[in-house]
Ligand binder design. Structure first.
Ligand code: NIG
Ligand code: FE
Length: 431
């Protein structure tokens, strides 16, 4: 099947020579083509260019029938890549949200049995099937919002059986939706009540039982640790990462959200694919990241939602670092998987330019989930994950019009996706 999109007002983020990530000053550049065409052959981008160069006979239209879409007045973007979510969870936590409005901090809520442990309790009481259906509502929602690849973490299980339950749900999602899905084992997301006085015993359980079980079923690509004040220490993180690496899991770290935790340093030491959050990032963390292969991944939705200080994105980019952004979609710190809103927050809160936020949610975020060779830009041979906007005046309008849904047509793996409005979750929050 061939799919030709023609008369595109502007084709955004094209690459003739694909790069795996974009750093520093280069983040303010985009390879855009005005009045363009995009030709997709089956599930792959086959060709693109200016309309004046479109030669139907030279396109190499191998397969018939050929479907043609007209994108006059509209922009085509590569789909968003969202490299940090916790979107497999049960229920919601809007009562904690009210607590936060009344003045409780994230850590105070966690100490009162709310937070991650609250979601773990809910998840324990939810069947695998129900969990899958609740999560698929969120999957369908992010598809309509323009996401084409997503990373999903475990970490609301916190027992062997429940962590496996979560990761089996991720596997089922992978098999039943057109998104590219990567799975991360995050057993070290919080210390369960039972191990409160003996955290190291829980770390032992992760190392001796959970990692071997998760990897024997091939349920995860990556391993993550919440290395922060009140959660897991640098020593715990090292022990877990060393075992994860032994079992073939690449590290990705939750680092420096609540404190200067040493999470960035330990992540870089173990060649983590990404270190995420980074609300508390100073010169030392930036120096460590320079020259490393680790992608700093910012989650402006959770900093916004929790009222945390914003990570120093400008300082990072000015120092020559790449920056990626993700939604952190989860019930406690960021109940939204809207990557267009993440772009707006990147511009408004982190003072990033529209070109920089586009790079941060496409090519650099693809890198942060090990997908930048196949996703994250319009390049020949890459997977045909793109969206067509409604009529808009410029690409800057995307982050500028922060509350408008500007996505008209979603194409994943070369197929036009039928986007139905998502069904709202049924049950009310309880504490
Ligand atoms: O990335 N910081 C740790 N984990 C999540 C929040 C999870 C939750 O509150 O349920 C995050 O923000
Ligand atoms: Fe997170």
């Amino acid at each position: 099947m061939g799919l030709l999109i023609r008369n595109i007002r502007c084709l955004v983020q094209t690459e003739d020579i694909p790069q795996i990530k974009v750093c520093g000053q280069k983040m303010s550049k985009l390879g855009n083509i005005e009045d363009a065409f995009l030709y997709i052959e089956n599930d792959v981008i086959s060709d693109f260019g200016a309309m004046k160069d479109l030669d139907m006979s030279g396109l190499g239209v191998k397969s018939q029938p050929l479907r043609i879409l007209d994108a006059s007045g509209r922009f085509v973007f590569p789909s968003f890549c969202d490299p940090h979510t916790h979107l497999v969870y049960s229920g919601s936590r809007e009562l904690e949200y009210t607590g936060k409005i009344r003045g409780l901090s994230y850590e105070e809520i966690a100490k009162r049995g709310g937070g991650i442990l609250n979601s773990a309790k809910r998840l324990h009481e939810t069947s695998e099937n129900d969990l899958f259906h609740q999560s698929m509502i969120r999957i369908n929602e992010i598809i309509t919002l323009g996401t084409g690849a997503v990373e999903i973490k475990s970490g609301y299980g916190l027992t062997l059986n429940d962590e496996i339950k979560m990761l089996r749900v991720v596997k089922r999602i992978k098999e039943s939706c057109p998104l590219e899905v990567k799975a991360t084992f995050l057993g070290a997301h919080a210390v369960p009540e039972k191990y409160k006085q003996n955290r190291e015993e829980y770390v032992d359980l992760i190392i001796n039982e959970m990692i071997p079980a998760v990897t024997s079923e091939e349920l995860a690509d990556f391993i993550d640790v919440f290395c922060d004040r009140g959660f897991f220490t640098v020593d715990d993180t090292e022990r877990i990462l060393m075992t994860g690496l032994k079992y073939g899991l690449t590290p990705k770290i939750h680092a420096n959200e609540l404190d200067y935790s040493g999470g960035v340093q330990v992540g870089v030491k173990y060649n983590a694919l990404s270190v995420d959050h980074l609300e508390r990032t100073g010169d030392e963390e930036i120096d460590v990241l320079i020259g490393s292969e680790t992608m700093p991944t910012l989650l402006p939705g959770s900093a916004f939602f929790l009222g945390l200080p914003d990570p120093p994105a400008r300082k990072m980019i000015n120092a020559g670092l790449p920056v990626a952004m993700a939604s952190d979609y989860n019930p406690g710190s960021s109940p939204s998987g809207n990557m267009k809103l993440v772009m707006s927050l990147g511009c408004i809160r982190l003072r990033m330019l529209p070109e920089e936020v586009i790079n941060a949610v496409t090519i650099n975020s693809a890198y942060a989930m090990n997908l930048s060779e196949t996703h994250g830009s319009i390049a020949r041979g890459k997977v045909a994950n793109v969206f067509i906007t409604k009529e808009i005046p410029s690409y800057e309008f995307m982050p500028y019009a922060y509350g408008s849904n500007l996505i008209d047509t979603v194409i994943l793996k070369g197929k036009v996706i039928d986007i139905d409005p998502p069904t709202p979750p049924a049950s009310r929050d309880r504490l």
